[in-house]
Design a binder for this molecule. Structure first.
Ligand code: ADP
Ligand code: FBP
Length: 312
């Protein structure tokens, strides 16, 4: 069982337009709503591949109710903690050439009592679980060390912890010694305070996060694939997609595939890359199921070129 926690979930609204011109009125070609937030997407991807999962989320107002209805409609086991603040909406605008513009709301503040309630729920749900996955931005008012504190509780209960966060929340979590962190290129660069412009830079930055406490670093590099740095060394792989449709949620699919495959070494990296690539071939934040996932496109580089520049 893999338990995910999303403190700041969202209704993901994806709007297709012919061309986005800021400062003008643009008529959309189509729009869709998906349940969103990083942990929510990890649970969606796991369930689509029949891996048992529970999604713990906060839920506020009519949009929170809709989020829970959508998740339950997909058959996801969801434990929603009611909160006073309205659940946010995140908007992604997609142009035909694949250019994506994202607008993520900050979310509404969580009170101390609400945060304690969510923490109690996720610690209960995680009892006996193989992994607790804590993901995404923090709503206003939530202390930056929340993932670090939860990590300490999960670890003492014998549950492995994966963190997908950014900025101070990621840094604090790394110091608490999680088993796995999944930064993307920007998050990695911010965490080490220097640019990540090549595969070698990503490896060095990932090594630094390990030195600061993370057990394994799965650094996602967009179209350049991903780098896995753990106890057994460095593994690098790619899974090219000729015509990407939507990269929203690709990192969440990568993480879900990696965990589903046992979270260890090249086989797990390859599975994660296959799931990430499949997510990119699907519209909006749709998570891939078995029929979408192609393992034949994955390449694990046994002799990686560390000097290779990353796509800007
Ligand atoms: N344009 C792309 N082509 C192929 N695969 C991609 C592309 N963008 C993302 N991916 C896949 O999705 C994973 C996560 O993407 P990335 O953008 O790094 O993370 P995040 O979605 O967390 O920002 C990558 O490691 C890769 O496997
Ligand atoms: O919590 P954040 O950082 O605002 O991110 C939330 C957004 O990220 C997503 O989980 C997508 O994740 P990606 O970063 O993988 O594209 C959306 O579903 C959600 O709207």
């Amino acid at each position: 069982m893999i338990v995910t926690l999303t403190l700041n979930p969202s209704l993901d609204r994806t709007i297709d337009v012919d061309r986005l011109v800021t400062g003008t009125m643009t008529r959309a070609r189509s729009a869709r709503i998906d349940p969103g937030g990083k942990g929510v997407n990890v649970s969606r991807a796991l369930l689509a591949n029949r891996v048992p999962t529970v999604a713990v989320v906060t839920s506020g107002g009519a949009d929170g109710e809709q989020l829970v209805r959508l998740l339950e409609g997909d058959g996801i086991a969801v434990h929603a903690v009611p909160v006073a603040g309205r659940t946010r909406s995140n908007v992604t605008i997609v142009e035909p050439d694949g250019v994506v513009t994202k607008l993520n709301e900050p979310g509404e503040p969580l009170s101390r009592a609400e945060l304690d309630a969510v923490a109690g729920v996720v610690l209960d749900e995680a009892e006996g679980a193989s992994w607790a996955v804590t993901c995404g931005s923090l709503p206003p008012g939530v202390p930056d060390d929340i993932y670090a504190r939860l990590c300490a509780f999960f670890t003492s209960a014998g549950v492995r912890v994966a963190v997908d966060a950014s900025g101070p929340a990621l840094l604090a979590a790394v110091g608490a010694g999680p088993h796995l962190v999944k930064p993307n290129r920007e998050e990695l660069a911010e965490a080490v305070g220097r640019p990540v412009a090549s595969v070698g830079d990503a490896v060095e930055a990932a090594r630094e996060l390990r030195e600061r406490g993370a057990g394994t670093v799965l650094a996602s590099l967009g179209a350049d694939g991903a780098v896995l740095v753990g106890e057994d060394g460095v593994t690098i792989g790619t899974a090219p997609v000729a015509e990407p449709r939507s990269t929203v949620g690709a990192g969440d699919a990568l993480l879900a595939g990696f965990l589903a495959a046992g979270a260890d070494g090249a086989p797990a990296l390859a599975e994660g890359l296959a799931w990430g690539a499949a997510a990119v071939r699907l519209p909006a934040s749709r998570m891939p199921g078995p029929d979408d996932i192609r393992r034949d496109i994955v390449r694990i580089d046994t002799r990686p070129d560390l000097g290779r520049s990353l796509i800007a």
